[in-house]
Design a protein around this ligand. Structure first.
Ligand SMILES: [Zn+2]
Length: 87
């Protein structure tokens, strides 16, 4: 079911993250795939994939957020960028 593709959890890619505590960019690893936690091997601290974002401490899976945004905000965005025809 292609329409439910957004509900699938993507793999964590440590290369896409930097440590929110010390700024380390290279030595980031996955601490837990299940809990979606990353670990900085520079300062030895763990952090979630949403640390430092508006989604930090969110107790819902990211697919719920995507669904809400898709259903509620995207139609508004499309209306706002629609340019009236020029006569
Ligand atoms: Zn760090």
């Amino acid at each position: 079911m292609a329409e439910l593709k957004f509900m699938e959890t993507e793999d964590l890619d440590p290369k896409m993250f930097l440590c929110p505590y010390c700024g380390e960019e290279e030595r980031i690893g996955v601490h837990s795939y299940k809990e979606r936690l990353l670990k900085c091997h520079g300062c030895k601290l763990c952090f979630s994939e949403t640390k430092g974002t508006v989604f930090e401490n969110l107790h819902y899976p990211m697919w719920v957020v995507v669904l809400i945004i898709k259903r509620n905000l995207l139609p508004l965005a499309v209306e706002q960028v629609t340019v009236p025809p020029v006569y």
